[in-house]
Structures are given as structure tokens and as C-alpha cells.
Design a protein around this ligand. Structure first.
Ligand code: NAI
Length: 255
């Protein structure tokens, strides 16, 4: 599938990996549906898409993925008449040791990172069957590997990985592919949103040189490139895959 003229939904498109992914799809000539909660940030993401391709057709939907999944899909179909690719990118991370975290954190993270992915997939699937489209989920290295103080997050992403594989099997007979990318540490606002100060973040990035085999953290473009790969025909024989985009972090083991 060439991505030109394909209708692509990117959730969490107003910042970070989602914004860069929306821009990449725009560059490839896709019609891009940007989903986010913050209208001002969505406008900035729209401008970046237009700068990448001044002919791009865009639709911005101000929405919360936990409550607006059905509306997101319906608004897309009303505007473009079809859906070819769903990128489930919106997500949050929070720290918490099991001796301290409360059930609200667990529920919040599961609601955003997992339940919304289920809902969007459910409402999008009939339309993806019509177009022989595909889904790309943005999971995490935290889905494939375990880290302390992030049990809710890691568990939500492990569930996204399993959901990816199960739905890949559900939809394989319909020729709809479902894959996930599993980023390592990528420079976005995500860690500051988790409550890290500038100083803590700088220290963390320095520490990441040791925890990523390639000796550095990743960029949003490196994740977006992998999403574009999965979404395109180049990946026509790949489904149910979870691909680390993590500078080799998944291959490492403490000594
Ligand atoms: P980010 O914080 O810039 O992007 C997340 C986006 O999701 C934001 O635009 C946020 O507003 C949106 N979002 C959150 N809850 C939402 C909701 N209820 N409804 C609609 N939108 C909502 O951070 P980043 O890093 O770009 O994160 C994107 C994805 O990548 C997330 O799923 C995250 O878990 C994943 N990821 C990020 C890594 C990193 O190091 N930055 C590493 C591994 C995975």
C-alpha cells in the first residue's frame, strides 16, 4: 500500500511521537486525522503537517480517547468516507512503587493506555476490513521488559502487546494487519509530564547512555519511521509483531 490518499488516524497527535508521526504521514501524501485534547497544540501539529506537505488534507478532532472513541471514528468516516490506518499512540506514564501507589493510578493508566486502544480498535475494525487497512499500536519497551516503580505502565503496555497479537489473529483472515512499536527512551515531553524536573531529566538522559546499547536515547522521527514502515505495503507480510525501537535496550541484561 502506498500511503498516498490513505486515511490515517493518529491519536495523541498534538505532541511528541504522535505529532512527528502525523507529520510523516502528511509527507507521504496521506489524509491525516489528528486526535488530541489540546486545541492549541493540535493547531501547531496541523501547521507542521502543512509545512511537510502543503497539499495535505487534515482533520483535527479535539477528543479524549477514553470517552470519545466512537465519535473519533464516526467523524473520520463522515469526513473522508473511509479509514485505512489507525495509530493508537495516545498514552501516559506514571511512576509508583507498589507500597505507595493507589488504585486510581492503576485505573487511570489502564483506561488511557489499554481500554481506549480496545475501544478505538473495536470501532475502527469494520472500516479497516473494508479498506484492507492496518493498525499500529505505540507500546513501549516496558511492555516487553520489566522495570521497578512502573508496574501500572509496564502492565498496560504488556497488555497492549498481547492485544496487538490477539487482534492480529482476529483480523488476519480479513487481511487487516495489526502491529506494535516498542520504543525505548525517546526525547518528548513524556518524562517531564511524569513529574521529572529539568535537572532530573538531564540526569536520566545521561543514565540512558548506559541502558541503551547504542549509547543514546531515540528521537521521535526514529519511532515515526517504524510506524510508517508497519503502515505501508513494505510490511505487507508482517502482522502480530512487536518491534523494539530502543537502541538495543531489550537485548541488554544487568551484569
Ligand atoms: P507525549 O506526552 O508527548 O504524548 C502523549 C500524547 O497522548 C499527548 O499528546 C497527550 O496529550 C495524549 N494523551 C494522553 N492521554 C490522552 C487522552 N485521554 N486522550 C487523548 N490524548 C491523550 O509523549 P510521547 O512520548 O510522545 O508518548 C507517545 C506514546 O509513546 C505513549 O503511548 C507512550 O507511552 C509511548 N512511549 C513513549 C516513550 C518515551 O520515552 N517518550 C517510550 C515508550 C513508549
Amino acid at each position: 500500500m502506498s500511503l498516498a490518499e490513505k486515511v490515517v488516524i493518529v491519536t495523541g497527535a498534538s505532541s511528541g511521537i504522535g505529532a512527528t508521526t502525523a507529520e510523516a504521514f502528511a509527507k507521504h501524501g496521506a489524509k491525516v486525522v489528528l486526535v488530541g485534547r489540546n486545541e492549541t497544540n493540535l493547531k501547531a501539529a496541523e501547521a507542521a503537517c502543512k509545512a511537510a506537505n502543503n497539499k495535505v488534507e487534515l482533520l483535527s478532532i479535539t477528543a479524549d480517547v477514553t470517552v470519545d472513541a466512537e465519535r473519533i471514528i464516526k467523524t473520520t468516516i463522515d469526513k473522508f468516507g473511509q479509514l485505512d490506518v489507525l495509530v493508537n499512540n495516545a498514552g501516559i506514564a506514571e511512576l509508583g512503587h507498589i507500597l505507595d501507589i493507589d488504585v486510581e493510578q492503576f485505573d487511570r493508566i489502564m483506561n488511557i493506555n489499554l481500554r481506549s486502544v480496545f475501544l478505538l480498535t473495536k470501532f475502527a475494525a469494520p472500516h479497516l476490513v473494508k479498506t484492507q487497512g492496518n493498525i499500529v499500536n505505540v507500546s513501549s519497551i516496558g511492555g516487553l521488559r520489566s522495570f521497578p516503580d512502573t508496574s501500572s505502565y509496564c502492565t498496560s503496555k504488556a497488555a497492549v502487546d498481547q492485544f496487538t497479537r490477539c487482534i492480529a489473529l482476529d483480523l488476519a483472515a480479513k487481511n487487516v494487519r495489526v502491529n506494535a512499536v516498542n520504543p525505548g527512551v525517546i526525547v518528548t515531553e513524556a518524562h517531564r509530564r511524569m513529574g521529572m524536573s529539568e535537572e532530573e531529566y538531564a540526569k536520566y538522559l545521561e543514565h540512558c547512555k548506559d541502558t541503551h546499547a547504542l549509547g543514546r536515547v531515540g528521537s521521535t522521527k526514529e519511532v515515526a519511521d517504524a510506524i510508517i514502515f508497519f503502515a505501508s505495503d513494505t510490511a505487507s507480510f508482517i502482522t502480530g509483531a512487536t518491534l523494539p525501537i530502543d537502541g538495543g535496550k531489550h537485548a541488554m541484561c544487568p551484569r
